[in-house]
Design a protein around this ligand. Sequence first.
Ligand code: ISL
Length: 557
Amino acid sequence: MKHTDWYKDAIIYQIYPRSFCDSNNDGMGDIQGIISKIDYLKNLGINCIWLSPIYDSPQEDNGYDISDYYSIYKPFGTMDDLKELINKLHENGIRLIMDLVVNHTSSEHKWFKEALKDPNSKYRNYYYFKKGKGKNYNRPPNNWTGFFGGTTWERVGNSPYYYLHLFAKGQPDLNWENEEVRKEVKNILKFYLDMGVDGFRCDVITLISKKQDFKNRAPTLALCGKDAYVNGPRLHEFLHELYLDVYSNYDCMTVGETVLSTLNEAKELTIPSREELSMVFNFDHTNVDNFFGVKWIERKFNLKRFKKVFSKWQNGMYEVNGWNSLFIENHDQRRSPGRFNTSLDNEYKDISSKMLASTYFLMQGTPFIYQGQELGMTNGDFKTIDDFKDVETHNIDKMRKEIPILRPILNKSLFRESRDNARTPFQWDDSEFAGFSTITPWIQVNKNKKEINAKKELQDENSLLCYYQKLIKLRKEYKIIKTGKYNDLLPNSKYIFAYNRKENNKELVVISNFSKKNIKCKLLSKYKEYKLLLSNYADNDNTILKPYETRILYREG
Ligand code: ISL
């Protein structure tokens, strides 16, 4: 089988299955629900789906804690449902990539249960068990702290041993040093590729190799020990091994979730000749509005910084023939309306969301749309901590209560940054449960379902949804969006994000006003002869950009 780069033409839609569509009315989305919405997805124009985890799981972290890689979480359906989904998607020209969560399993996985039951079992070495410190071993093996706050070690009963978990307690880290673990992973990959799956989004893939000293690290504000567990010494070797033994035999793609990776590290992961990953998700742009990459510590958005990040990644990847992923939302991020300087005011909400959409969507790379982003879905209306379901949110809330010095910061950011903001039910229509289900869903529906829903937006050619359809069409029609060189036209402007994509005698230009003001823009006269492909306003002035105005211009010859 020839390994091609079809992913460069992919427009990927992320589905968070719990919250997309509930076909059997148990309050939770499922695979048959997705099947029932294939026409909607086809009509939107996307040609690939990334499905967040659907495997069997106790759901401590909504499926990112897998207890059996070879079966489906019952409320989501069965293996036959998955096969039906793959076939029906393929019949409609839509590919499917699955979430691959192999940095850790669930503590309910049979490997982990065996490891706990019998310290001499071979499964003990599938994970990291280390002795604690102190006379009674009552201190963890080291001072590392994890992604959901607090120590990365959980003691096994009263034994001297602790196990490593970089995420929740119920997510023990796998020991990739053990060749048998890598064999298990390859078998999982082959199982799904043989079933017809087209690739994988590789969860926290940069964490799979750990420095083996397991020593204390200098204390830090968050993620103490990250130099030992992010981009570890054998990361590239492990990924190349998966490529050689599995990926290279299939026409599949991989996108690595590379938390905390720099551009140079990302290049090493994606340069095609290195045969590791097709592309990665970097988070530099979503970190523009926080300090130290810690989302709880808010920083005022700054357009110049935002543009700099894109220039860096666009040009950096272009130079080495690498490839970017493009996204503004996912299931871990708060919703984009009101973020990145866009507006939540009725008057400008859709206009500014269209502006943000044009800006990120036409860069070089594979664009991703997170479910509901195309509607302009907003953060949830959570009132009390009990409204939240997310394990991270509750862990951080605990820290807020226990550590007084963190309280003022977390009081401000906990509700705003909770991952549940992106996980509320998809708003299909304005009915009581937004057409997602006929009974109370697992997490509350947003009140604004009356104003923001798919049914309404499909009937309005000026809706955000229809705007996304148009952007997708443009990507399919203009090859320059795939191949043209990126150039920031106004790096010093505080309000305007303007860039072009150039190739031979062709040029595509995107000009976006990231402010609520009318802005005089000299560039407009320079491009006045260009063809206007799309804008979020019906009339466009020759010298002024209206509030949040965006224009997509093109010239050939
Ligand atoms: O969501 C985050 C912080 O609020 C991120 O740091 C996130 O934990 C990180 O990007 C890793 O995310 C992935 O792995 C986690 C899972 O909870 C996330 O949903 C997943 O996207 C553990 O599997």
